[in-house]
Design a protein around this ligand. Structure first.
Ligand code: DX5
Ligand code: ZN
Length: 213
């Protein structure tokens, strides 16, 4: 089943409730929550307070939290208590990811690992049995609206060849033109910021994902 995960980073912050209601109108159940710390990535986005507010107003949404931050353990409990459904941390900021992944799972929250374009996907090999999802960055993390990096698709091929059966999400530059190619190699979650929230016709984006399923 192919899933669209709109990235809130691209939503209209001054009309956020309208944009989040639009997900409901389009029967979208997942919201991708891009947390940036202006340290691990050169941008600052939003934190647990907004996550809690969104969860309170839209409790039915699966909140797919993507921590693009150093020291993710510092905000882990805050996001768990804010209502995160899944928490993905970056392989690059952890010497040993197992403790934090276990903490996330122990809280009844799904866990994921993300790798930047320059990170070898084989580096997360021994974590695969613990993961509910792997998030493949197809842009350098930090900003929406960047160009999709086709080269990253080989990481998805490697994961599926390795027998990984969890979710594979793709984040960065995903759009109506490349989504079929992305799913053809084994991805099943499409993180879409610009291509969804800035689309002229959001329902057409949703329909295309449905038609691919
Ligand atoms: C990068 C962000 C973006 C965002 C998606 O750090 O994670 O990938 O969510 O942005 P678009 O879909 O606009 O490329
Ligand atoms: Zn993301």
């Amino acid at each position: 089943m192919i899933e669209i995960a709109p990235s809130m980073l691209a939503a209209d912050m001054l009309h956020l409730e309208d944009d989040l209601l639009d997900l409901r109108k389009n029967q979208i159940k997942t919201l991708h929550f891009d947390v940036m710390d202006a340290h691990f990535v050169p941008n600052l986005s939003f934190g647990p307070a907004l996550c809690k507010a969104v969860h309170g107003a839209f409790p039915e949404y699966f909140l797919d939290v993507h921590l693009m931050m150093d020291n993710p353990e510092k905000l882990l409990d805050s996001f768990i208590h804010a209502g995160a459904s899944s928490i993905t941390v970056h392989a690059e900021v952890l010497d040993d990811a197992k403790p934090i992944l276990s903490r996330i799972r122990a809280a009844g929250v799904q866990c994921g690992i993300s790798v930047k374009p320059g990170t070898d996907v084989t580096s997360i090999c021994e974590l695969l049995p613990m993961l509910d999802r792997v998030l493949i960055m197809t842009v350098e993390p930090g900003f929406g609206g960047q160009k999709f990096m086709e080269s990253q698709l080989e990481k998805i091929v490697w994961l599926r060849k390795r027998g990984y059966t969890g979710k594979i999400a793709v984040d960065g530059g995903v759009n109506m033109e490349n989504m079929e190619r992305i799913c053809s190699v084994g991805a099943d979650v499409l993180v879409m910021g610009t291509a969804f929230f800035k689309a002229d016709d959001r329902s057409a984006v949703v329909q295309k994902v449905k038609d691919m399923a």
